[in-house]
Design a protein around this ligand. Structure first.
Ligand SMILES: [Zn+2]
Length: 138
């Protein structure tokens, strides 16, 4: 009973935290096929290393962390796209702008084209498709 409670708590905690938050906190998902679809994140380096040895009985190699980062970026991108859809569902004002680029094809509602571009920029940035130009200005 206690274990079940603990597990469901763990699941909701992981769902709430999300991939983008994990990214900010330096955590990555396990890229192993057996962990596909799992929303559990591990501290980069040692955390993933321990999980990999315990769960998959193997030492992570050089490509593991790279694969983990790629998976994280993809998950965060999906999360941001979902968030955009949620925001869009509540958007009342403005007009619709069709956005089409290699990484993302969607319709966004905004009062001005600049605002539409800004929204899409946030999503693309989360997906790792943009570089941080802003960091130079700050
Ligand atoms: Zn794993």
């Amino acid at each position: 009973m206690a274990e079940r409670l603990e597990n469901s708590e763990e699941v909701s905690k992981n769902t709430e935290s999300g991939a983008c938050r994990a990214s900010r906190e330096g955590r990555v998902p396990c890229p192993h096929n057996d962990c596909h679809g799992s929303a559990v994140f591990f501290q980069r380096g040692a955390g993933l290393d321990v999980h990999f040895r315990a769960k998959h009985g193997a030492k992570p190699d050089a490509t593991t962390e790279k694969a983990a980062k790629q998976k994280l970026r993809k998950l965060c991108f999906e999360e941001m796209k979902q968030r955009l859809q949620d925001i869009e569902a509540q958007e009342q004002e403005g007009q619709q702008y069709e956005v089409a680029c290699p990484a993302l094809k969607t319709t966004v509602t905004a009062t001005r084209p600049e605002m539409a571009a800004k929204k899409v920029g946030i999503i693309l940035y989360a997906g790792g498709f943009l570089h941080t130009y802003a960091s130079k200005a700050n």
